[in-house]
Design a binder for this molecule. Structure first.
Ligand SMILES: NC(=O)C1=CN([C@@H]2O[C@H](COP(=O)(O)OP(=O)(O)OC[C@H]3O[C@@H](n4cnc5c(N)ncnc54)[C@H](O)[C@@H]3O)[C@@H](O)[C@H]2O)[C@@H](O)CC1
Ligand SMILES: [K+]
Length: 480
């Protein structure tokens, strides 16, 4: 597991309603269970907790262990410094118990005098994932004290040997780590216990993914993404406009290239217009549009671009020659159906609904979520890119893994919400996100914006309403 995944899953778990209290209870109980399974019961056990959540896990473990063992809890530090609600809660419980002995060790002098020779097991809950730098006093003395008993008592660390990764660390027999065993932990034995994170976290898209995707990179104009939207035809100008409008809330610069005929109807100062002559895209525009694409970080092609044969040839050639990550949407999907070779070696997201999926791959996606995911994953693998299959649950895959998104509502069947989605995904690509993350978070934010509009207006709204709610959806995710 990567630290990044764990960060995202933690936030998404909270979004699903899983509380820090539940996690701490399961963590502490898991530690107690492992100790009793390995060493039996009727033991004399010392638990060393400091004032962070690692210490909080220690408070819970002490309570669970005290049912059948003789437990002493050593608090290293000042009880006023116990930080989180859940750790405080568990500390207050411990203080009400009469069969758990508590000793508060505020300074190193008291720790140095300790005699731990009567204990069979020492539980180390001093420092965990929140450690910064070498352990400071009085925790450092507590680590040294525990290490005096290495080989004599069993030493079990919670999450990490306290002090890790510095060399001043507890010499643990093993550490009990929680559910997501991080790859970067090494040099000590680990026993992994599950603490109630559901399996959905591997696949569901939530605010954790969004927070990660929306981190700002730079303070200067253009450093936070430049996006090009290619779309519009004699029949449509609203679709590319909606995509551009949506993207303009997320990136610094949005270039909109459209046939002059429809570009004339757009007067939005937030967008940079780059019209091409005539009423439809055709091969003669290719070099010009490729030159514009060189100046941007990502491209969206397709909204309202139409299905004129010359336009389709333009789309195929553009995709073949463009070196930027691309969102290929709407009519552009029609242009590449039957010529998926154009995608070879490209970084891209296709955004079909079920009908377009069938047009591309010759089969309708199955109905059940897992079956649907398997199909999307297989096709994504075949074409070497990301597919975002739109539906009541959106399914996204890069061929290696898959995600699904549950935000959104029936009101979003209104025309143009797909264009908004393409714009958001393009913007997230332009911000430097991997196509899988851009597509997943795009689906999430689009649906969330739609849900926010529904709150206000009911189910009858327009795609422009959705686009205009993107700042709110983004803020909600960043503040979650
Ligand atoms: N979802 C989660 O994040 C879960 C976390 N849990 C536990 O929470 C732990 C992380 O908790 P926290 O983030 O509170 O961090 P820790 O409890 O690891 O440590 C933070 C505390 O130690 C202090 N500290 C940091 N570096 C220090 C140093 N070098 N010397 C002395 N003091 C130092 C900080 O000021 C802070 O008070 C995990 O290791 C795990 O045990 C579990 O309860 C399960 C769920
Ligand atoms: K620890």
């Amino acid at each position: 597991m990567r630290i990044e995944d764990v960060y995202i899953w933690d936030i998404n778990a909270r979004w699903l309603g899983i509380t820090p209290h539940q996690l701490m209870e399961n963590a502490g109980a898991g530690v107690a269970r492992v100790i009793e399974e390995r060493f039996g019961r009727g033991l004399r056990i010392a638990v060393f907790s400091a004032t962070g959540n690692n210490g909080g896990d220690g408070f819970v473990a002490a309570r669970h262990l005290s049912f059948e063992n003789d437990v002493t809890l050593f608090l290293v530090g000042d009880e006023a410094k116990i930080r989180s609600e859940e750790a405080k809660h568990n500390w207050e419980i411990l203080k009400r118990l009469d069969f758990v002995k508590i000793r508060v060790l505020k300074d190193s002098a008291h720790i140095k005098e300790l005699d731990l020779s009567g204990f069979d097991v020492i539980v180390d809950a001093l420092l965990g994932a929140g450690t910064k730098g070498e352990p400071r006093e009085p925790i450092r003395s507590a680590i040294e004290k525990i290490n005096e008993y290495a080989g004599r008592a069993k030493i079990v660390s919670i999450d990490l040997p306290s002090g890790y990764p510095s060399t001043v660390r507890v010499k643990a027999d093993f550490a009990v780590t929680f559910q997501w065993d991080k790859d970067e932990y090494e040099g000590f034995e680990r026993v992994v216990v599950k603490i109630g994170y559901p399996k959905e976290l591997y696949n569901i898209v939530g605010p954790g993914d969004a927070k990660f995707a929306l981190r700002k990179k730079g303070e200067h104009k253009g450093q936070n993404g430049r996006l090009l939207i290619i779309g519009g035809s004699e029949d449509y100008f609203g679709a590319p406009y909606l995509a551009a409008k949506a993207a303009s809330y997320l990136v610094d610069l949005v270039f909109l290239t459209m046939p002059e005929y429809s570009a004339r109807r757009i007067g939005d100062p937030n967008l940079i217009l780059r019209p091409v002559e005539g009423s439809n895209f055709a091969l003669k525009h290719l070099e010009n549009v490729l030159t514009i694409a060189e100046k941007v970080d990502a491209v969206v092609i397709g909204p309202g671009i139409g299905v004129d044969e010359n336009t389709k040839a333009f789309v195929r050639e553009f995709i073949r020659r463009c070196g930027r990550p691309m969102v290929i949407d709407a009519d552009a999907l029609k242009a590449i159906a039957g010529d998926l070779d154009a995608l070879r070696g490209k970084r891209f997201v296709l955004t079909p609904h079920a009908g377009e999926f069938r047009m591309l791959f010759g089969e309708l996606p199955p109905a059940g979520l897992k079956e649907r995911a398997a199909t999307v994953m297989k096709k994504a693998k075949e074409i070497g890119g990301v597919i975002l299959l739109k539906g009541s649950y959106d399914v996204i895959s890069d061929g290696k893994t898959w995600k699904y998104n549950k935000t959104g509502n029936r009101g979003m069947t209104t025309g143009g919400t797909g264009d908004v989605l393409a714009g958001i995904v393009g913007a997230l690509l332009a911000l430097g996100n991997e196509p899988l993350r851009a597509a997943s978070v795009g689906a999430f934010l689009n649906g969330l914006a739609g849900d926010m509009v529904k709150e206000e207006k009911g189910e009858n709204f327009t795609a422009l309403d959705v686009a205009e709610k993107i700042p709110n959806a983004t803020r909600w995710a960043l503040e979650f």
